[in-house]
Every structure is written in structure tokens, then in C-alpha cells.
Design a protein around this ligand. Structure first.
Ligand SMILES: *[C@@H]1O[C@H](CO)[C@@H](O)[C@H](O)[C@H]1NC(C)=O
Ligand SMILES: *[C@@H]1O[C@H](CO)[C@@H](O)[C@H](O)[C@H]1NC(C)=O
Length: 382
């Protein structure tokens, strides 16, 4: 590695250039809170990631294929899916973990609640039901109809007990319901309800059984088990707004008697903090009893009545700083989620430009080193 001090010119690199070249998990790693799970059917979440993003299974012969990014760090190769699934239908059978922890998500097994499949498992998502565009490139999200769910009860590296974690997810703000529970994050390893504080996930929807925010929802809340929480109060927290964005960046993070809920329009602007402070005013939430399994689209006990759409998300080790989360949000904005393919710029053009602007003729590895140093400088991380 190079040992030269940071050049002032590099610190002044525009946020756009830095963020186009460093993926969300590169940014979290630079902040000392690395991703321990990184799931996305839409794009690579590390600048250098070239591995499989997800697997689809087709109806006509049950054959499977892995879908990868078009280029390192790029958008998913949806054309490969379209070709493989031509003339038949496909389901998303695996959402791979890009973090290297093998925390892949597969069809959720029966738990406290049984899934609708014959064996009690949940359904898999229709692979073409949530098309969107990233920088003008068509990709597919994970469309969770009620009954759909993914899980990993043997995840490694995720937070346990009162350990710190961060979570973000990019979701469809217009696809939700009041069922329980469209969650992404940390849950019970037994697929059953083991008590207050045994989960810590993002929730999105307008369920009003437990917590609520302002208006009629939908809200970004946290499923902490035996309750969806919108803030410190167990029921209503009017500081947590109803969400109106098409693409929603949702954040829930937690550490010892401290947690936060944040949200943003994934296509523009900064994150807002809807709550940050002590754990809810109820027993069992401080200390937490996180178990470290990972769920998507369901509750901790496999409650599978909810609807939603997931595009990308991660879980980190450690409590990410607000500065690092701001950089992640800027990266999401730069990836240009859209419902329309017109007017986008290709990811590869953006990436080449930004690498050139910081590389000054050196290798890509060196450029990446400077980018991450720049992220550290800009975020105030050590
Ligand atoms: C999957 O979603 C697509 C797009 O909404 C739809 O045309 C198709 O009928 C769905 N397939 C199944 C099996 O539901
Ligand atoms: C909950 O905690 C908040 C913040 O400390 C406090 O203002 C509020 O009165 C508490 N509510 C209850 C019901 O204890």
C-alpha cells in the first residue's frame, strides 16, 4: 500500500465522483462498520464485486441460473435473466450475500406461522414482477406478495445480544400493506417468537397493531419483536412521518440503549432522522437479545401476511456514523433508481470517469485506495 499522506486535491474530490466509484459496502468498510450481509438483485454493493447477485429458477424445467453484475460493481445483468426465462416464468430462488459471509437468503422455512407452500415453506418471489431502472439499465427487485419470504437461520457475523448493527434497505414506497410483517434484518434463529428484543429489523408498511407515526402511513419502523416501533413510545410517535416517496431509503440501527430510524427519498436529497435515542419504554429492549438470523419479507415467527418490494440492503457490524450513512445515501442517489429507462447515464461511463479523475495514471487498485482514503477524510472516520 502507498504511504504518502492524502493530497489536498484528493480530499476535494466531489462527492459524486467518490460515491460513483465506491459501493455502499466499501463506504461502510471505510467507516469501520463493514457489511456482514449485503443483498441486492439490482446491483453490486461493492465496487469490485463480480460474483452472483441472485439465482432464478424457471417453471418449465426447474433449471436455475445465477445472475451477475454486467461489470464489476455494476447493475444486474437483467438481459441474462430475460433470456433464461424466455417463454416461461421464473422465481428468485437465492439472494446471494455479497459480503463474503455466505449469508445467502433462501425460501423461508415454516416457523410459528406456516408458509403457503405445500411443505409449509413461504413462496418465492416472481422474478419479473418488480422491474425498475438503475442509470437507465433495467433490473429487477424482489416483489414480496403476501406469503413470500426469505430467511437464513444460520447467518454468521451478524449482531447477537446487545451488539451493534446498522441496516439500510431501498424499497418501493408504493407497495405495502397492513399485514405482518414486511421486514429486513436480524431475527430469531428458530423461526419462532422468542420474546421482546429478539429482533432488530427495518419494517415498512401501514400496520397499526403496534406502533404508528404521523398520518396513515406507510411508515419506516423497527420490528424489535412483539412490536413494531416508530420511536421511543410504544404506540404513537408523531415525529415519524408517513412516507410518500416511490423509492425509499430506510435505515434502522441499534447499539447499547441507543437506536435510530432514518429515511430518505432514494432518488434525491439527504437522510432525515425520524428517531434517535434510547430504547423503547417497555421491558425487554435494553439490553437487546438479538439472535442473528436474517429475514426478508416476513416477521421473526414467519408471519407472512405482508407485501413490499426490496431492491437492495445490508446489515453491518458496528453502529454506522451518520456521516457514513450520508455517503451511502449519496451513493444510492447516484445509482439513479427510476421507473423509466429514459435519460439515464450508463454506470460504466460514470465509473470510468470517476476512476480516471482520482487515478492520475496509477492502477485501479491505487485509485480505489485513494477513493477510500477520501471517504475516510470526508466522513471524519479514522
Ligand atoms: C410475474 O409478474 C409478471 C409481471 O407483473 C406477470 O406478468 C406474471 O404473470 C407473473 N407471473 C406469475 C407466475 O404470477
Ligand atoms: C418515554 O420516554 C420518553 C423519553 O425519555 C419520555 O419523554 C416519556 O415520558 C416516556 N413515556 C412513558 C410512557 O414512560
Amino acid at each position: 500500500m502507498m504511504s504518502k499522506p492524502i493530497k489536498p486535491a484528493l480530499v476535494a474530490i466531489s462527492f459524486g465522483a467518490v460515491l460513483a466509484a465506491a459501493g455502499p459496502c466499501d463506504i461502510y468498510a471505510a467507516g469501520g462498520t463493514p457489511c456482514v450481509a449485503a443483498h441486492a438483485t439490482t446491483r453490486a454493493l461493492y465496487n469490485a464485486y463480480t460474483g452472483a447477485l441472485y439465482q432464478v429458477k424457471r417453471a418449465k424445467d426447474n433449471a436455475v441460473v445465477d445472475i451477475k453484475p454486467i461489470s464489476a460493481g455494476g447493475a444486474a445483468d437483467s438481459a441474462a435473466q430475460d433470456s433464461f426465462c424466455s417463454g416461461t416464468t421464473c422465481l428468485i430462488s437465492i439472494i446471494y450475500d455479497q459480503s463474503g459471509h455466505n449469508n445467502h437468503l433462501t425460501q423461508a422455512p415454516p416457523g410459528g406461522f406456516k408458509g403457503p407452500a405445500a411443505n409449509g415453506y413461504d413462496n418465492l418471489a416472481n422474478a419479473t414482477a418488480a422491474p425498475v431502472y438503475l442509470n437507465g439499465q433495467k433490473v429487477y427487485g424482489v416483489f414480496v406478495a403476501p406469503g413470500t419470504g426469505y430467511r437464513n437461520n444460520a447467518a454468521t457475523g451478524t449482531a447477537k445480544g446487545d451488539q451493534a448493527q446498522g441496516i439500510y434497505a431501498v424499497l418501493d414506497g408504493t407497495h405495502y400493506n397492513g399485514g405482518c410483517c414486511f421486514d429486513y434484518g436480524n431475527a430469531e434463529t428458530s423461526s419462532t417468537d422468542t420474546g421482546n428484543g429478539h429482533m432488530e429489523t427495518i419494517y415498512f408498511g401501514n400496520n397499526k397493531v403496534w406502533g404508528t407515526g404521523a398520518g396513515n402511513g406507510p411508515w419506516i419502523m423497527a420490528d424489535l419483536e412483539n412490536g413494531l416501533f416508530s420511536g421511543v413510545e410504544v404506540k404513537n410517535n408523531p415525529g415519524n412521518p408517513s412516507i410518500t416517496w416511490r423509492f425509499v431509503t430506510a435505515i434502522v440501527k441499534g447499539t447499547a440503549n441507543l437506536w435510530a430510524i432514518k429515511g430518505a427519498d432514494s432518488t434525491s436529497g439527504p437522510l432525515s432522522t425520524f428517531y434517535s435515542g434510547k430504547r423503547p419504554n417497555a421491558s425487554g429492549y435494553s439490553p437487546m437479545s438479538k439472535e442473528g438470523a436474517i429475514i426478508l419479507g416476513i416477521g421473526g415467527d414467519n408471519s407472512n401476511g405482508a407485501a413490499g418490494t426490496f431492491y437492495e440492503g445490508v446489515m453491518t457490524s458496528g453502529y454506522p456514523t451518520d456521516a457514513i450513512e450520508n455517503l451511502v445515501q449519496a451513493n444510492i442517489v447516484a445509482s439513479r433508481y427510476s421507473t423509466s429507462g429514459s435519460g439515464g447515464v450508463s454506470t460504466s461511463t460514470t465509473r470510468t470517469t470517476s476512476t480516471t479523475s482520482v487515478g492520475s495514471g496509477s492502477s485501479k487498485q491505487q485509485a480505489q485506495y485513494w477513493i477510500l482514503r477520501g471517504v475516510r477524510e470526508l466522513s471524519g472516520a479514522p
